[in-house]
Design a protein around this ligand. Sequence first.
Ligand SMILES: [Zn+2]
Length: 188
Amino acid sequence: MTGLVADLKQFDGIGLSRMASHAKQCCQAVRHGVFARLTQYADVGAALASVPVLIRWGPVRWPAHWCDLAHQDELRGDCGVHADVAASILAREAIPYSRGRAALLTAPLAAAHWRASWNEAQSSDAWIGRTVVHHEVLRVGNRWWDPSEARWFAGAGVHLASGRVLAIREEDGPWQFDPAPSATHVLP
Ligand SMILES: [Zn+2]
């Protein structure tokens, strides 16, 4: 088993990211600060878009607690953190959604750089496959939300800034593949 299929099998073993909380001031303060800022927006779309601005994309060790996001004077978290916070915003607004995963075909140099950064931070690099990288996303209505790029997209086949979506699935659903013939060269 090679390529995309092997990577998807690896990704299926990655647990859905859910923020944990120490029952102490360390986590309560960070969590309160995050939602105090996100709930100041009247518009849900603006609140969702502000998640990766407030929490800069970078490595985090799982299981992650809220206080783990704090680095000096900024907050840092990966796409799992972004997805979990975005899910909380949708839940607060009673907007139906489901969590999901995408497999992105990215530039090899980017993957090597990310692996080095995650290794340096002693965070798991299981999300970086041989062919594609794992990215947490959300399904809202008939669209997908990329919680780290803060953009809607249609699904498999779309080019995101971090790479092309070769496969995507809702948490309890099957992988859906990029229909373009050129995508199949990475299939075994
Ligand atoms: Zn804590």
